[in-house]
Design a protein around this ligand. Structure first.
Ligand code: NAD
Length: 493
């Protein structure tokens, strides 16, 4: 055993303490939070917890966001949030508090380490040790959805250049600071050439500043298959929001430790730390829940608030506890484990081992890291933007594309002519295939007939004419060239 030095904070109570907003949450939340805070306190973490109420109680009191004004004030004051899981009441109308908090506080990076602790905790992938850095604010989670026709619903996928620059830079910086060797980008840019294409392009652009870090890119479907099959080949994965959401649960599960993974939600001004699991109402009040997920979130918090010695002291004691086979029910295995303990006894076991190091698992060593500077978008010369056409989306009862094409192609309003019609992205006019199934949602692309640039006024003239003809226009999308390059996708077929 190699006892670690007692942290400065424990020796000197006058040392500056960091205020942390703490929410005990619902279900098993209060038990695992009490266990976590007890371990932090015993390890000498210099924090001052400020407790707020969030979750079920607040939702059921009629606040559909699950968080009230005083809680926001605390979060904006401390800028550090240690959060236990909450229960979202069933039924419509309640907003996800996680999504609200991430967006409102600009927590753009969701960081989830997924590690196997073989041979002490069962895992199919003993060598697995990777981190998923998921973009947390954009993509399909912008929450902009519309029902446009009887049959068609739409969700907008928004990917921005600053959003990609922030998350990709964060992933490379994370890799460098944590001694990780490789960053892999997961996207679907063979299909979403503009949105995922931008993410991928920025990954390659920013990657050039990190020649010390190996880099590769994966189409998300085959990347996910390889992740599930051979996770040892990945180190840090950076990916847009939806893929990251799904993949990080898969990764935590196959590490064998969904109850043990913690996560950090990082922004330029605030950060939130939590377990990845939910409030497990089935276990509430029984003193059986594993507090390790929240404890691992709290360890990431200690690194964030620049108490790396305390973080390492706790993590090493925790690893030693796992090694000694002192396990909560969820990871207890006859033959592998030595003693099945409850939440409180597990915390006691970690506290009793503070100062010890694991003997077989690799001990962690954390050092003070310089603060990552707040993101500033790179100065750019804006592209020259030229309006060259418009897509009109019509709600038109499913019918013969030729009839629609015939009616619209007659016109030349606003200096534009009909170029093509698609239905669910497939070209159906001119020269569509009779086999293509059509719904009541038609994208009609009009382009400048002379090739000359258009004005907003031309779009209004076209719109006016089409509406006067009796069509229902549900949406328009302007077609721009940016420095001569199309800012819109072509059609299939
Ligand atoms: P859950 O993660 O709460 O539970 C899934 C399974 O894992 C259950 O069998 C549970 O007993 C077990 N489990 C979870 N955490 C454990 C732990 N620490 N120790 C031992 N076993 C553990 O998922 P769920 O049942 O789908 O969701 C329950 C509630 O949690 C829902 O209201 C959901 O909305 C909410 N939720 C909250 C968060 C959050 O606050 N971050 C995240 C996910 C789900």
């Amino acid at each position: 055993m190699h006892p670690q030095p007692i942290p400065q904070q424990a020796l000197n109570p006058a040392i500056t303490r960091t205020a942390v907003t703490v929410a005990y949450g619902d279900g098993i939340g209060p038990e695992i939070m009490a266990a976590t805070l007890r371990i932090l306190d015993a390890a000498g973490a210099a924090i001052t917890p400020e407790t707020i109420d969030i979750g079920e109680k607040v939702y059921l009191a009629g606040n559909t966001a699950g968080i009230d004004r005083e809680a926001w004030e605390s979060l904006r004051r401390t800028r550090v949030f240690l959060k236990a899981p909450i229960t979202t009441p069933q039924g419509g109308g309640y907003k996800s508090l996680n999504v609200t908090t991430r967006k409102a506080l600009g927590l753009y990076a969701n960081v989830r380490p997924c590690v196997a602790y073989m041979p002490f905790v069962e895992s199919r992938h003993p060598g697995m040790n990777l981190v998923i850095v998921r973009e947390n604010e954009e993509d399909l989670y912008a929450g902009i959805e519309h029902r446009q026709t009887e049959d068609v619903y739409q969700c907008l996928k928004l990917i921005t250049r600053p959003g990609c620059e922030k998350i990709v830079t964060y992933a490379f910086e994370y890799a460098r600071r944590h001694g990780r060797k490789k960053v892999s980008c997961f996207v679907k840019d063979n299909i979403m050439k503009m949105t995922d294409g931008l993410f991928h392009r920025i990954f390659k652009e920013i990657g050039q500043r990190y020649p010390d870090i190996e880099q590769d890119s994966w189409i998300v479907d085959i990347g996910a298959a390889r992740l599930a099959d051979s996770p040892e080949m990945f180190d840090v994965i950076v990916t847009p929001n939806l893929y990251g959401d799904i993949l990080s649960d898969v990764a935590a599960q196959i590490a064998g430790s969904v109850g043990m993974a913690g996560s950090a939600n990082m922004g330029d001004h605030c950060a939130m730390f939590e377990a990845i699991h939910g409030s497990a109402p089935d276990l509430a009040g029984q003193d059986v829940a594993n507090p390790s997920g929240l404890l691992n979130g709290a360890i990431q918090m200690l690194l964030h608030i620049r108490q790396p010695d305390v973080a390492a002291r706790i993590e090493n004691a925790w690893l030693r506890t796992l090694e000694e086979g002192i396990h909560t029910r969820d990871i207890y295995q006859e033959g592998r484990s030595r003693k099945c303990v409850g939440t409180r006894e597990f915390a006691d076991a970690v506290i009793a081992r503070l100062g010890q190091q694991p003997e077989q698992l690799r001990p962690v060593v954390y050092t003070q890291q310089p603060v990552l500077p707040a993101f500033r978008p790179a100065a750019r010369v804006p592209a020259r933007k030229t309006l060259v056409g418009v897509d009109l989306f019509l709600n038109w009862a499913p019918g013969e594309p030729g009839v629609l094409g015939g009616r619209l192609a007659k016109r030349e309003e606003g200096g534009m002519r009909l170029e093509l019609i698609t239905n669910r992205g497939v070209k159906v006019w001119p020269n569509g295939l009779p086999e293509t199934y059509c719904v009541d949602h038609w994208r009609c692309r009009f382009r400048s007939s002379s090739g000359a640039p258009l004005t907003q006024q031309s779009v209004i003239e076209l719109l006016q004419a089409v509406v006067t003809e009796g069509f229902e226009v549900i949406k328009t999308e302007n077609l721009y060239l940016f420095d001569g390059q199309p800012g819109f996708s072509g059609a299939h077929g």
